[in-house]
Design a protein. Structure first.
Length: 268
């Protein structure tokens, strides 16, 4: 497990025994034996000359772990309440590592809005929806990725169709990720033209699972973002507990209802 984890902490996908030994504190000979033993289960794949990468056996373990997390039907009540309290478009994005870190739509509660209200073409909607370089949800997820994966996000270009608020400069984007880690949320203004969004991370232990975000037309988003930030962070916290399985769903939903009712009164 130490060797497997070392692959997630080192930059790039392919590494040799010496590099992995330095990252784990194990002897190089021990690491070599571990790598060789992992070839039969496809946990590791050998890449000539004498280097290795994680293989389909490691991916299969991750797939089984993700399959055991709650599905969209569990998140839906949380998103519905969040959408109602903020009168916005609430979305749960989840991390997809396919071809590099991306996000994928898992569930949403559009309220009076919908994806067509964003004014994007189908191509722009897909590109902006997947990219971690655009929007509050993208920054929230990127900020909690392992450093090598977060660094790979910095090298990507902002997709065409992004609004004027998108952060194109890599150094400024890196600084924005640090602020997300310090504050626990992100705010995006005009990164989708004419819209403002607030997002908070959904965590599975130390791993980022995804992000909850709420979008509203900028003209309708309140200047004081205290309620949107508090409500969005609360929804993300609830989903983090559900994903982690650290609290029964029924008890968590009861507590969620009490907090949302407080939010309703504040909004009123």
């Amino acid at each position: 497990m130490l060797v497997e984890r070392a692959f997630t902490r080192l930059s790039g996908p392919v590494h040799g025994p010496s590099e992995l030994a330095a990252a784990t504190g194990l002897d190089t000979t021990v690491v070599y034996r571990i790598l060789q033993s992992g070839l039969t289960s496809s946990t590791f794949v050998k890449v000539p000359p004498g280097r290795y990468r994680l293989g389909p056996g490691a991916a299969q373990v991750g797939i089984h772990a993700m399959a055991a997390t709650p599905g969209p039907q569990t998140a839906q009540p949380v998103l519905d309440r969040l959408s109602r309290v903020l009168d916005g478009f609430a979305i749960l994005w989840v991390l997809s590592p396919y071809g590099g870190p991306r996000k994928a739509h898992a569930a949403s509660s559009p309220g009076r809005y919908g994806f067509d209200a964003l004014g994007l073409t189908a191509t722009q909607l897909v590109e902006l929806g997947q990219s971690l370089r655009v929007g509050a949800s993208g920054r929230v997820i990127a900020a909690h990725l392992p450093p090598p994966m977060a660094a790979s996000v910095l090298t990507e270009h902002v997709p065409a169709g992004a609004g004027p608020g998108a952060i194109a400069d890599p150094a400024m984007f890196a600084a924005a990720l640090q602020r997300v880690r310090e504050m626990g949320y992100a705010v995006a203004r005009g990164e989708v033209f004419g819209w403002t969004s607030v997002a908070a991370p959904v965590m599975w232990g130390e791993a980022v699972y995804g992000a909850v975000t709420v979008l509203k037309p900028s003209s309708l988003m309140p200047r004081d973002l205290s309620l949107p930030i508090t409500a969005t962070a609360g929804a993300a916290e609830r989903l983090s507990l559900l994903v982690s399985g650290t609290e029964p769903i029924r008890s968590l939903e009861d507590r969620s209802m009490r907090r949302i009712q407080v939010g309703d009164r504040v909004a009123a």
